[in-house]
Design a protein around this ligand. Structure first.
Ligand SMILES: NC(=O)c1ccc[n+]([C@@H]2O[C@H](COP(=O)([O-])OP(=O)(O)OC[C@H]3O[C@@H](n4cnc5c(N)ncnc54)[C@H](OP(=O)(O)O)[C@@H]3O)[C@@H](O)[C@H]2O)c1
Length: 280
């Protein structure tokens, strides 16, 4: 099977490539310098030449606050909407399977219950709107596609909340962390495994939500990250940390559909502990 990984140098892309290496599966890895997904001509000629059968699309513009104003707004549209559309068209043309990664930010976070795949999205920031447009581009173009919504991603190969907390703990004895946003942390390893699982186990095409089991606030997440450290963590409200982009208050997505495929999920605490062991 010919495999292409786009965005292969990002947080998720690097993890996915490492997993493929471990499984001794060969693949082509591209970053934006090798394959710019916003360039439809480059995409078309690459696909015509390389004929990938499976495309794990880990490319995205992920700077959520920068997407609220120029120049980020234009880049967000170009990469997350047009880039996704370009990949979907090229993949469909050659009968390839596409695995596209989306976000909990497609929801407004006002639900009290967990969000189901079929719930009506209502993104409240530019990044969420663009990722939803990406989902729709995939759904309207492709016959063989997985859309995997995820949230609160952490892993070895990128900037993320776990690293931020660990670094702050080196220089602060007290930290303020917001306690009024609740979500599900996701280890890149778990997400990458699910992406491979969908393709390898021939799971039904469609939309899935994938995180580690359980949910927490950023405050609870921080307490667990720094559980062995002598740092005082204070729970505060989001209003104390104004950000350009709106953040959903309750972005807990149901994992029932992903679990019904037979995929085994570990809790976010176990995932975090295993990750922290790994990076020691
Ligand atoms: N991080 C989170 O908390 C989170 C939450 C929910 C969903 N997601 C989704 O998860 C996926 C992976 O995110 P991540 O955290 O791995 O993001 P990331 O670390 O920012 O990586 C994204 C990669 O996309 C590549 N890229 C950007 N513009 C490109 C272009 N024009 N052409 C080709 N590649 C381009 C970049 O490649 P170069 O480095 O080569 O420029 C970068 O390495 C994304 O779809 C994201 O929307 C992430």
């Amino acid at each position: 099977m010919k495999i292409l990984v786009t965005g292969a140098h990002g947080q998720l892309g690097t993890e996915l490539c490492r997993l493929l290496d471990e499984k001794k599966i060969t693949y082509t890895a591209t970053g934006s310098a090798q394959l710019d997904i916003t360039d439809s001509k480059q995409i078309d000629s690459f696909f015509a030449r390389e004929q990938p059968e499976v495309v794990y699309d880990c490319a995205a513009f992920t700077v959520v606050d920068a997407a609220e104003e120029e120049p980020g707004r234009t880049i967000n549209q170009a990469v997350n909407v047009q880039g996704t559309q370009n990949l979907a068209i090229a993949a469909e043309k050659i009968g390839a399977t596409l695995v596209y990664v989306s976000t909990d930010y497609v929801f407004d976070g006002t639900n009290q219950a967990d969000y189901l795949e079929g719930d009506t999205p209502n993104p409240r920031n530019e990044y969420g709107r663009a990722k939803l447009a990406g989902e729709r581009a995939v759904q309207s173009t492709m016959t063989k596609a997985y859309i995997v919504r995820t949230s609160w991603v952490f892993g070895e190969y990128g900037k993320n909340f776990v690293y931020t907390m660990q670094n702050l703990a080196k220089t602060h004895r007290e930290l303020n962390v917001v306690n009024d946003q609740v979500g599900r942390p996701t280890w890149t390893r778990t997400l990458a495994e699910f992406m491979l699982y969908c393709v390898n186990e021939k799971v039904a095409y469609g939309l899935y939500q994938l995180s580690n089991e359980g949910s927490c606030s950023w405050y609870e997440f921080a307490c667990e990250i720094l559980r062995d450290q002598n740092v005082k963590i204070k729970a505060v409200e989001s209003t104390q940390f104004p950000q350009k982009a709106y953040r959903p208050r309750h972005s807990v997505m149901s994992l029932d559909k992903a679990e019904a495929t037979g995929f085994q999920l570990m809790s976010w605490q176990d995932a975090l502990h295993e990750f922290q062991e790994q990076i020691k």
